[in-house]
Write a protein that binds this ligand. Structure first.
Ligand SMILES: [Zn+2]
Length: 310
């Protein structure tokens, strides 16, 4: 997505992530539905707000569901506003899944207007272990960092909440959903264990990204991110911050600047050329990129970060 900041790409903002971890049990899988057994073999229609939730739903529901993502086509979810058609789709679905934590301010409004009271509503982040946003962010963006799906551990929480909703909607296939969830969760665990070992072996723990979306990866693997934009893709440019970031990168011998599809690579390229580093792509998973699924994208991210720290 195009942003104003792109015009000012010689200037950057850096926020060093030193967020403490929040821990708050959040919201609900609402139980508006009585019995919805899907004994006829019809596919369950699941509507999700944006890409990672689609990935999780598909991993658990496989061929027994169809998933529609409200935010699609490369649009950045942070800037999304729904149209009438989107509300219609939510009303037609059996299940509506959103992330919460301020990722979809529109969704919380939409929920009040849903006419079809049988829609099962899932706040996927429910029960997660959240990272608090910095104090200056909190006023405008809520208390917690919403990028929870970028933690392999929190991904299990989100997938599990979706699984519970699928069972509620389609109890006849409970075992199918349970087994798919277990299979997906063990793949997440395996990937976590593989990189937990690798990251413990490297001394350097600092990496630089375009959009501060990776605090959960940092927490999982004891790393530290520094970003050229603020956490919510709307940072105010500042020459002072640019200089700090350049100094930081030099001091820490940063050789790779990560760049996300949603963030102008020009920002990262300018910084990289200033310090003689290369630019590598990294996935926020906020939109689907390169036709990679969740596990493939996360493995790619972790491997690239690991290689950059070695
Ligand atoms: Zn984001």
């Amino acid at each position: 997505m195009y942003r104003k900041i792109i015009a000012f790409f010689t200037i950057f903002i850096m926020i060093i992530s030193l967020s403490a971890c929040g821990n708050k049990d959040y919201s609900e899988v609402s139980t508006k539905t009585k019995d919805n057994n899907n004994s006829k073999g019809d596919k369950i229609e699941v509507v999700v707000s944006f890409n990672p939730l689609k990935e999780f739903a598909e991993a658990v529901g496989k061929d027994k569901i169809t998933v529609t993502s409200i935010v699609s086509g490369g649009i950045e979810p942070h800037e999304f506003e729904p149209k009438a058609k989107d509300l219609e789709n939510i009303n037609k679905g059996k299940i509506f899944v959103y992330n919460g934590l301020g990722m979809e301010p529109w969704a919380e409004k939409v929920l009040k207007t849903i006419e079809n009271k049988d829609v099962i509503i899932v706040k996927a982040s429910k029960g997660g272990n959240f990272i608090k946003t910095s104090e200056e962010e909190e006023g405008t963006h809520g208390e917690y960092d919403p990028h929870i799906w970028l933690s392999l551990k929190e991904a299990k929480v989100e997938a599990n909440n979706i699984k519970e909703a699928l069972i509620k909607a389609d109890a006849a296939n409970k075992e199918f959903y349970e087994n798919n969830y277990k299979d997906f969760a063990s793949k997440l665990d395996n990937l976590f264990n593989e990189y937990d070992k690798k990251f413990k072996e490297v001394k350097n723990k600092n990496f630089v990204t375009g959009h501060e979306a990776f605090a959960y990866i940092c927490r999982d693997f004891n790393l530290q991110q520094n970003s050229v934009e603020n956490m919510f893709s709307e940072g105010e440019p500042s020459a002072k911050k640019l200089k700090e970031l350049v100094d930081y990168a030099r001091k820490n011998n940063v050789k790779t600047i990560f760049s996300e599809g949603n963030v102008s690579p020009k920002v990262s390229e300018a910084l990289a050329s200033e310090i003689g580093a290369k630019v590598e792509s990294i996935y926020t998973l906020e939109t689907k990129e390169d036709n990679k699924n969740y596990l493939e994208s996360m493995k790619d991210n972790l491997e690239k970060i690991y290689v950059s720290l070695k």
